[in-house]
Unconditional design. Structure first.
Length: 90
């Protein structure tokens, strides 16, 4: 599972580092249960203020993963005939 966060408070990043590793600023990687994933995602969407985020997790679908996002990010997830693709915004 991966969280990609942009323009979020450092306190939120500190909270996430308790559960996951942060190999690059704003990018968190780990293996968590669906329950913990959903609770963390709710916390992220509540505490991010003006930031944005993306969650990528394993799923039993054609691609093998799902992507959800919120807020403003430089990359946007778009659905193309059932496939999740990433569009880079200018």
């Amino acid at each position: 599972m991966v969280f990609v966060l942009e323009n979020v408070p450092s306190s939120l990043r500190g909270e996430l580092s308790r559960w996951m590793i942060e190999p690059k600023p704003g990018v968190f990687v780990g293996k968590l249960s669906a329950l913990v994933r959903e609770k963390l995602w709710k916390k992220i969407t509540t505490l991010s203020e003006t930031g944005g985020g993306m969650l990528i997790y394993s799923n039993n679908n054609e691609q093998g993963y799902s992507i959800v996002s919120f807020g403003y990010m430089r990359r946007k997830v778009v659905d193309m005939e059932g496939l999740s693709l990433v569009k880079i915004l200018n």
